[in-house]
Design a protein around this ligand. Sequence first.
Ligand SMILES: [Zn+2]
Length: 219
Amino acid sequence: MRIVVLGAHPDDPESGCGGLTANAVRRGHEVCFVHATAFRAGRQFFGRPEREVRTEEAKAAAVVLGVDAEILDYAHGTIHAHPENVARFKRVLLARQPDVVIAHWPVDTHPDHRCIGTIALSVYLDPEAQFDFYFFEVMTGQQSLHFHPTHYVDISDVAEIKHRALLCHRSQNGEEVWQSHEVMHRLRGNECGAERAEAYIRVDRKKTVKALLPMWNEE
Ligand SMILES: [Zn+2]
């Protein structure tokens, strides 16, 4: 199975789907992270351009998780859900022939997250799209809002891999990002009877369930 996780920034796919990803890769599935934006003009980390630093961090995290990483050329704050961008993301996503696409939940305080979620949903609703579609959550309460899961993934056995992937994002203080998601892992675990879990919302517009991941628990 081919899974594409579409996130706004390097560290978003890792934060939202790192556990699902580690589980999927362990079972022989192919996973690709598409990061839409890795820089803001003029911003630096460690005395180097943000784009360079965050591209390196995304690639290091991809190695930890065993996934492919593609980084698009948008600057932060310049992604908008207009038809040209929907068409571009459609090309990017369909080129990878995904069975499953997972993207940001669009009810989010971060404008880049909102736009990516809306764009991904628009691509999913295009008649040419044949993949199953889910939303992931990040920093729930601070970023994702009103997220009521339909599916859970038990990540208890792979949490350490997700932690290591997040630690690659030094410029974003990966340990802090991990800590805030640890609270969510425990909460979602409690909701589904696992020690730690990630949660997802499935959009089921087409009624074509062809590729549910074997480790996904139905509600
Ligand atoms: Zn983000």
